[in-house]
Design a binder for this molecule. Structure first.
Ligand code: PHE
Length: 553
């Protein structure tokens, strides 16, 4: 069987101990009929395959940069037909009459490609130096214009000089031949000579030479390595002659198919972490369907309020109404009285200025309206249930403990759906319930929260909510977008909300709410809500979305 190229290369390296890629090429070309098949590039690529990392480790090599030399078209022409000096001399030799210079130029151009005046002058200069030629000017008139023609003729020393031109040409051809074969410059040509005399015939090309030596697998590189060992191999004893492929402990395994958390869930986790670190506890949020009572009435939101309209709120068809037990009877009636007349009915109101000043909305409150079931429009309904429980505990035991609570869950609004709004979204809501809390505390908490989110520049704008007074919209400076964006709503819950729940007069509650989608969209660089939720969601985005670290982008 014919030896493979790899085998022949390995044999040369083994035989020589150390050998350059150029010598390998020369050696192999010597023994090949079809030289054109075997380029130095092919050899180099085989050397890399046989070399270390990621090769077979049969060879080792170091690389050195060297200049290689090749004949230019002019060099090839001289190698084939002799020097330009010789060609010019030959033309003159065959002519007894003087030859015009332009004719000489044309003749030379046939062999060497466009020969210009400068090149011709150089050739003639050398022949003149040998006293082999002479020139003569003649003036002629053609079409009324004077032109000068130069004629070149042989001298009596021409024949003697001719021989020296021939031997110079032969020497030059020998040099060129050796360059063409070895791609190196003969040692007698200095860099200066090269630049002056040879740069048109020989081109210099910087290349890399591989200096090759024997590698650890020189004898086993072509052994087929076994990757499997069977019971039969073991029983028959064949395993003793098998060569096994070493285990590759550096190999990376295939990435297994895996689920991925939706970006919203990651941002939720991050919010949870921040809030828990600030000492907040999470509230139970499992009431997607809520009564109007807990969603609106307990929040002192009047029954004529536009938010309670079908345009803003989804009303349940079945069951359309919550039971009469939607709340304890005295709380239910306390909420009614507060809506109608304010806090005058609260125990101890006679001496409580705040209660006496509270007037209510002075309309006829409908129990039926408050029992209408809806999809909760905000998580403040969740907060209301919690605060009511805290108030009831105080009424029962006389004990009150300040708390910080938060919730993150879904809310629903019957809004026009557009690029950034859906009919359902998530709210992040929190409140602090304690004695003597005021708007300063609220601003402080919000600042701290947004600082932890990476948006320390927060500003506030007065707003209106039926259940808070004062109320503030929250704006935060987003460094990525380079502007203030509205991020949430906040306020101090009204006594009209808290006192009927049973909370003591000196307890206040500061609270705020924001959406989860907004910061998630900004974080993921998503401009359309449909790309974040729904069937247009990009699953690759979900799989590749990095772990959420707010404020650390
Ligand atoms: N419920 C308000 C909203 O939906 C947010 C909020 C919560 C405002 C608590 C004030 C206090 O936007």
């Amino acid at each position: 069987m014919a030896q493979s190229l790899d085998d022949r290369i390995v044999e040369l390296v083994k035989g020589n101990g150390s050998i350059s890629s150029i010598d390998i090429h020369n050696e192999l070309v010597k023994n090949t009929n079809d030289e054109s098949q075997l380029s130095i590039e092919t050899i180099e690529s085989r050397l890399r395959a046989l070399g270390p990392d990621p090769g077979k480790d049969a060879l080792k090599f170091t690389k050195t940069a060297v200049d290689k030399y090749f004949l230019t078209a002019e060099g090839e022409a001289i190698l084939a037909s002799g020097s330009s000096d010789l060609l010019l001399a030959k033309i003159l030799q065959g002519n007894e009459e003087p030859v015009e210079q332009t004719t000489l130029k044309q003749e030379l151009s046939k062999t060497f490609g466009a020969v210009d005046d400068r090149a011709l002058n150089a050739i003639m200069g050398r022949l003149r130096k040998k006293q082999a030629i002479s020139t003569e000017k003649q003036q002629e008139e053609a079409d009324g214009k004077k032109i000068v023609k130069i004629f070149v003729s042989k001298t009596e020393k021409f024949t003697a000089a001719f021989d020296s031109v021939v031997s110079e040409s032969d020497a030059l051809r020998a040099t060129l031949e050796s360059v063409a074969k070895s791609n190196t410059l003969p040692s007698h040509i200095t860099a200066k000579d090269f630049k002056r005399d040879y740069s048109k015939m020989i081109a210099k090309k910087p290349t890399t030479v591989y200096n090759v030596t024997v590698g650890p697998n020189i004898d086993t590189y072509n052994v087929v390595l076994e990757t499997e060992l069977s019971a039969d191999d073991m029983l028959s004893g064949k395993w003793q002659d098998m060569t096994f492929k070493p285990l590759n402990f550096g190999a990376e395994g295939a990435v297994p198919d895996h689920g991925a958390l939706h970006p919203l869930m990651k941002v939720r986790t991050e919010y949870r972490n921040i809030l828990t670190n600030m000492g907040f506890q999470e509230m139970p949020t499992d009431h997607y369907v809520e009564s109007s009572f807990w969603n609106f009435d307990t929040l002192f939101q009047p029954q004529q309020h536009p938010a309670r309209d079908e345009h803003d709120t989804f009303f349940m068809k079945t069951p359309a109404l919550a039971g009469t037990d939607v709340a304890q009877p005295d709380y239910f009636s306390s909420v009614q009285q507060t809506h109608e007349h304010g806090l005058g009915h609260i125990k101890g109101a006679e001496t409580d200025v705040e209660c006496q000043q509270s007037r209510g909305y002075e309309y006829e409150w409908s129990a039926m309206e408050s029992r209408k079931n809806i999809m909760r429009t905000h998580t403040t309904a969740v907060s209301a249930r919690m605060l009511h429980a805290i108030g009831q505990k105080y009424v029962a035991t006389g004990e009150f403990e300040p708390v910080k609570l938060f919730s993150i869950d879904r809310v629903f609004r019957n809004e026009t759906i557009d690029a950034t709004h859906l009919a359902e979204f998530h709210q992040v809501e929190g409140f602090v319930c304690g004695r003597g809390l005021h708007i300063g505390h609220l601003m402080g908490i919000i600042r701290e929260f947004f600082t932890k989110l990476g948006m320390p520049e927060v500003s506030f704008k007065p707003a209106y909510n039926p259940y808070t007074e004062p109320s503030m919209e929250i704006f935060a400076f987003h460094p990525g977008l380079n502007k203030y964006i509205e991020v949430g709503n906040s306020g101090v819950f009204r006594p009209e909300m808290l006192r009927p729940m049973g909370l003591p007069a000196d307890v206040t509650v500061v609270a705020w709410g924001l959406s989860l989608e907004r910061p998630t969209m900004i974080k993921c660089g998503i401009d359309k809500i449909r790309k974040l939720v729904g069937h247009k969601l990009d699953l690759d985005m979900v799989a590749n979305d990095p772990v959420c670290r707010m404020g650390m982008n």
